[in-house]
Design a protein around this ligand. Structure first.
Ligand code: GTP
Length: 235
C-alpha cells in the first residue's frame, strides 16, 4: 500500500521530530516506511530516503541570487519544482514528507501542489500544532483554522495533531466555547469560528501527541487508519 503522509505546520511545531520518531514507530511495527525531507533550509536529523537539499540548498540560493532569507526560501521552492519527480516516492507502506519550516512555502507554492499531484496511492496531511503556544481560545481558533486552509489548498484530508502535550495539554473545544459564552460580540465571533472549525478542520478527530516521547502515536496511527481506509484496518 502507498500511504503518503504530508507533515505540515508552523515553524518549530515539531514536524521534523515527529517525522524522525514516527518513522521508527512505523518500522518497529513492520511497515516499510521512509521519510523525505522537503525543507531546503536545514538538513534533516533523520536518514532521509530523498532529500530536497541534494538539489537545492537555501544558503546557496542566497549567495547565487544575492537574496535575503525570505526571497531565497521562495526561490528555493521555485527551483525545487524541477525535481518533483525525484522527490515523489512510491512502493512503500508509508512515506512521510517533512515540509519546510514555514507552512506557507509549501501551501502557497506550485511545488507543494505539483508534488501532491504526482504521488501515488492515498495522501493525507498532518497539521502539527504546537500545544505549548495555545494559551487561550483566540490562539486555539487561529491555529486550528489553518488546518481548514490546508485541506482547501492541497485538496487532501488532514488531521489536526496537537503536539508537545508533554509540555501543555490544550483544552477541548467545548471548554473554549464556554469560556467565551458571555463575551458579547467577541464571543459570537468565536462561536462562528469554532463552528467553522468543527465542520472543516475537526471533521476527523484531533489527536494529542508528543513527538518527543511518543505519547499518542498509537492514536495517531489509528486516526490515520480511519482516514486512509474507512473500510478496514491497515494491518
Ligand atoms: P522547523 O521545520 O525548523 O520550523 O521546525 P519543525 O516544525 O520541524 O520542529 P522541530 O522538529 O525541529 O522541533 C522544534 C523544537 O521543538 C525542537 O527543539 C524539538 O526538540 C522540540 N519538540 C518537538 N516536538 C516536541 C514535543 O513533543 N515535546 C517537546 N517538549 N518538544 C518538542
Amino acid at each position: 500500500m502507498d500511504l503518503n503522509v504530508i507533515v505540515l505546520g508552523p515553524a518549530g511545531s515539531g514536524k521534523s521530530l515527529l517525522t524522525e520518531n514516527f518513522l521508527v514507530y512505523l518500522r518497529d511495527r513492520g511497515y516499510s516506511s521512509v521519510a523525505v525531507n522537503l525543507d531546503t533550509a536545514s538538513p534533516p536529523r533523520y536518514e532521509a530516503f530523498r532529500d530536497i537539499r541534494d538539489y537545492v540548498k537555501t544558503e546557496e540560493v542566497m549567495d547565487r541570487f544575492q537574496l535575503g532569507i525570505n526571497g531565497a526560501l521562495l526561490k528555493s521552492m521555485e527551483i525545487a519544482g524541477s525535481y518533483v519527480d525525484r522527490l515523489a516516492v512510491s512502493g512503500y507502506d508509508f512515506v512521510l514528507y517533512d515540509t519546510p519550516g514555514q507552512l506557507e512555502l509549501f501551501l502557497f507554492s506550485d511545488f507543494g501542489i505539483e508534488l501532491i499531484e504526482r504521488l501515488e496511492g492515498f495522501t493525507a496531511g498532518l497539521f502539527i500544532v504546537d500545544s505549548s503556544r495555545i494559551k487561550d481560545a483566540a490562539r486555539f481558533s487561529a491555529m486550528v483554522s489553518q488546518s481548514a486552509t490546508i485541506s482547501l489548498m492541497l485538496e487532501i484530508p488532514s488531521l489536526t495533531v496537537f503536539n508537545k502535550v508533554d509540555l501543555h495539554v490544550p483544552q477541548s473545544i467545548e471548554k473554549y466555547r464556554s469560556d467565551l459564552e458571555n463575551e458579547g460580540v467577541l464571543g459570537e465571533f468565536f462561536e462562528c469560528l469554532l463552528r467553522f472549525i468543527e465542520v472543516t478542520s475537526m471533521v476527523y478527530r484531533p489527536v494529542l501527541i508528543s513527538a518527543r516521547n511518543g505519547y499518542g502515536f498509537d492514536d495517531l496511527f489509528s486516526a490515520l487508519n480511519e482516514l486512509f481506509c474507512a473500510c478496514g484496518d491497515l494491518s
